[in-house]
Each structure stands twice: as C-alpha cells, then as structure tokens.
Design a protein around this ligand. Structure first.
Ligand code: CO8
Length: 256
C-alpha cells in the first residue's frame, strides 16, 4: 500500500490512516482502491475500524489534479466508484469511526459521513467546497449531509461552500464529539474498545437495522427490526448475556 497505512494497534481494532499528507490526503483512484482492498481484510479480522488521516488533513477532497484530467465520460466511473466505496464503508459489517484530525472537505467530508460515528479534533474543518470548482458533490454529500444536519443546513453548506470548524460541525450534528487534538486517537480507541467488547452479531444486526432507516419507512423498518431482533435472540450470545446478568457475572460473548 502506498497511499494508506493499515494497522491493528489493539486487539480486533483496525486503523486505516490516509497517508499522502503532502497532498492533504486527497482521494485519488489509487487511494480509494487501496481503501477498498483494506476493507476486505479488515471486515474479516477486526471488530471496529477507525479511519484517520496523516498530517493536517483527514482528506481535503477528491484529487483535483486527477479530476482535472478526466473526460465527462470518465468522471461517471470515478463518481460511481467513490459512491460504491462509501456505500461499502457504510454497510461494512463492523462499525467504522472517523477520527477527523483536520480538513475534511468535499470527498473527504463525504468519506467521514459514510462512517458510522465521527469524532473530531478541535483542529478539524468541514465543508463541501465543490461548487467553487464549478462542480458539485459526487460521492454522497447531497444525500448523506441532509440526513445528518437537515436539508436547509445541507443546502447552506453546499451552496456557499462555507468551511466550518469542529464546534460548529458538532452543533449542527455533523460530528458526534469534539475533543482536544492530542486526545483524538485516545478517545476513538476508547469508543472502539467499548464497541469491540459487545457481542459482534448484535453489533452487526443493530447496524443493519439502524442503516435501514436510510431506505425504509417506519412501518417496514419496525418489521425489519423485529425480524433481526428475533434472529439475534436465538444466538448463544443472547443466552449468555441474559444468563450472565441473572448470575451477576460478566458475560463471555463468542460471536455465535
Ligand atoms: N486535490 C489535490 N491536491 C490537493 C487537494 C485536493 N483536493 N487539496 C490540497 N491539495 C494539495 C495542494 O495542491 C498542495 O500541493 P502542492 O504542495 O504540490 O502544491 C498541497 O495539497 C497542500 O495544499 P495547500 O498548499 O493548498 O494547503 P493550504 O494549507 O494552503 O490550504 C486547503 C488547505 C484550504 C484545504 C486547500 O488545500 C484547499 O482548498 N484544497 C482543496 C479543497 C477542495 O476544494 N476539496 C474538494 C475537492 S472536489 C471533491 O472532493 C469532489 C468530490 C466528488 C468527486 C467524485 C469523483 C471521485
């Protein structure tokens, strides 16, 4: 891998670091392909994934240099591939935490939004500045941003290209927590460890049910929740969790 680092710093916790700091981790096709192949491994080996960026950016967007060389026809493939990759992250069987260490702009903000949880350093900055370049968001922002911050706020950010700081991102619901820059990774690992201690099948089913809110109405979503919850109830982990509570001991989950 040239554009990313893939590590397992803690048991069952994977860390992907976008590693092209000299270009503010701009997301070119090579980077996206490396993320994609890392995901195949991570989904097998880890219970939680953290994505962050090296240097002063999480990712400053799609690689403008690469974009500028593409024909409209070639753009379709880029846009579809970036969208596919963000969907793959969103639908990964394990939770994904974005540790937003700096600029998360354009495609970088879209990548953060595809993650399940966003924790921002006080140095993080967010925005969808595509319109300044005469283009528009192409890998998810028009759909994910309104779902997180509301349609009006999403329109304001996309139409103005305004760059907002981490506290404003927290205020509007774009990130779940803001922490001191030095504590960013510590806090993300803290959350990751808590999640990794939960029964993995329950996490998987709960993530599926929660993600279904994107595509299902309330009635269908509630039916889907009943189906998944009923399936989960038949697992060994469910029996173990309930029994351990009654026996006043810590449960030992096996992912079965
Ligand atoms: N693409 C390529 N290179 C970049 C990018 C980028 N998005 N952002 C920064 N860089 C490069 C700079 O060109 C520079 O390289 P070099 O040193 O070789 O000249 C290096 O990174 C450092 O950048 P700056 O000198 O500009 O750093 P500053 O601290 O002065 O500024 C900013 C930081 C404000 C973040 C500034 O770099 C900036 O505005 N970057 C562009 C942000 C942007 O417009 N992002 C949106 C890109 S478009 C997009 O994401 C569309 C998504 C949909 C695409 C669908 C197909 C995949």
């Amino acid at each position: 891998m040239e554009r990313i680092l893939l590590e397992y710093p803690e048991k069952e916790i994977a860390l992907i670091t976008l590693n092209r700091p000299e270009k503010l981790n701009a997301l070119d096709t090579k980077t996206r392909m490396e993320i994609s192949s890392a995901l195949d491994e991570v989904e097998e080996r880890a219970r939680v994934l953290i994505i962050t960026g090296k240097g002063k950016a999480f990712a400053a967007g799609a690689d403008i240099n690469e974009l500028s060389k593409r024909t409209p026809f070639e753009y379709i493939r880029l846009s579809k591939y970036g969208t596919w990759l963000n969907n793959r992250i969103e639908n990964l069987d394990i939770p994904v935490i974005a540790a937003v260490n700096g600029y998360a702009l354009g495609g970088g903000c879209e990548l953060a939004m595809a993650c399940d949880i966003r924790i921002a350093s006080e140095r993080a900055k967010f925005g969808q500045p595509e319109l300044n370049l005469g283009i528009m968001p192409g890998v998810g922002a028009t759909q994910r941003l309104p779902r997180l911050v509301g349609l009006g706020m999403a329109k304001k950010l996309v139409f103005t290209g305004e760059i907002i700081d981490a506290h404003e991102a927290f205020r509007i619901g774009l990130v779940e927590e803001v922490v001191e820059h030095e504590r960013l990774m510590e806090r993300c690992f803290e959350i990751a460890k808590t999640i990794a201690g939960k029964p993995p099948l329950a996490i998987k089913m709960a993530k599926r049910a929660l993600n279904a809110t994107r595509t299902m109405g309330l009635e269908d979503g509630l039916r889907y929740e009943v189906a998944l919850a009923s399936l989960l109830f038949s697992t060994e982990d469910a029996k173990e969790g309930l029994r351990a509570f009654l026996e006043r001991r810590e449960p030992e989950f096996k992912g079965k």
